[in-house]
Design a protein around this ligand. Sequence first.
Ligand code: ADP
Ligand code: MG
Length: 335
Amino acid sequence: MIELHDLTKRYGKTLAVDRLSFRVPQGVVTGFLGPNGAGKSTTMRMILDLDRPTGGRVTIDGKRYGQLSEPLKYIGALLEAKAVHPGRTARDHLLWLAQSNRIPERRVDEVLALVGLTPVARKRARGFSLGMGQRLGIASALLGDPEIVMFDEPVNGLDPEGILWIRTLMKRLATEGRTVFVSSHLMSEMAVTADHLVVIGRGRLLADMPMPEFIRRNARSAVRLRTPQPERLLDVLAGAGIRHEAGPGGSYEVVDGDLAELGELAAAHNLVLHELSPQQASLEEAFMQMTADSVEYHAGAGPGRDAAGAPGPWGADWKAGGARRPAAAQQQEEN
Ligand code: ADP
Ligand code: MG
C-alpha cells in the first residue's frame, strides 16, 4: 500500500505538491487526476524516492522506497521520462534491470511476451516507436512481479489500440489484487479506467473517493419527461409541487427526480408519456459542475479564491476557471 502524509514539494517559489495525504487502495485502479502542472509527476517521483520531499512523507508498505531491498519486487513504475539507453536492445535493458534486483532471466522473456515485444526483443531501443517504448517501460515495471504498479500518463501519444491495451492491462492487474496507481490529465480517460479517484489541483487534494461516488456527488442527475400533452404535464407537476426545467427538444427535466414517483404520477393523471428516462451527467460534466459550484461558493462566502486572486486549482484550462470548493472539504463539512 502507498501512503502519503502531508507530502509537500517546493521548487523555489513553486509549491508543486501541497500537503497531500491519501492512501492508494489495493485491488482497484486508482486514477490520479489533475490538469497539467498539478503535481502528479512530482508526487510519483517522490513515491519512488527520485525527488526529496520538502515536507511530509510517503511510504510503500510502511517503508520509504530507499529502504526497500530489491524494490522492483514491491513497486514497478512507468514514468514520463524514459531512461532506456538508445543503444541497448529491449532484452538487454530488462536483463540489466533484472540483475540488480536478483530477478531470474526467464522472467525477462516472460514480460517481453506479456507486453508483446518478443518479436523486437533484440532490436535497439533507438528504433522504437512511442508505443513500443511505452510497452518496454511497462515490461520494466512488471519485471519484479510487484504488488504495486504506478504509471504516469501511460496513454499519452498512443494510438487507440495502444490505449485500449494499457487500459485492459491495468484492469487485469487490479483484478489480480494489485495496487494500480495511474495518472492522467484526461477526465475522459479516467472515466473509463479508474475505480477510485484521487483528484489534485495546484498540488492540493481536491477529492479522494470511489468513482461512482465522485460522479454522484458532482454530477447532476435528472429525470427527463417527454409528452404530447405538455400543458397537462406542467399542471400535474405544479399540482404535486415538483419543480421542472426545460430539457432538450421540448422535453422537461426534474432535477434529482424519482423515476418511479414520476411514472406513477403520470399514470395517476392519465398522462401520455413518450419518454421517461434517467439522465446522469458524465465525469466530464461532473468536473464542470464542480467548477460551477465553486463560482457560486465565491459569490456567497468569499473564501476559496486564493489571496492573490489567481485562478483556481484547475487553472485556465478549465471552463469556468475560478477556484473551486474542494470536494474533500465538502466531505468534511458534511461529516
Ligand atoms: P503534472 O505531472 O501534474 O503535470 P508536475 O509534477 O510535472 O505536474 O509539476 C508540478 C509543478 O512543479 C509545475 O508547476 C512544474 O512546473 C513544477 N516542477 C516540476 N518539476 C520541477 C523541477 N524539477 N524544477 C522546478 N519546477 C518543477
Ligand atoms: Mg506529469
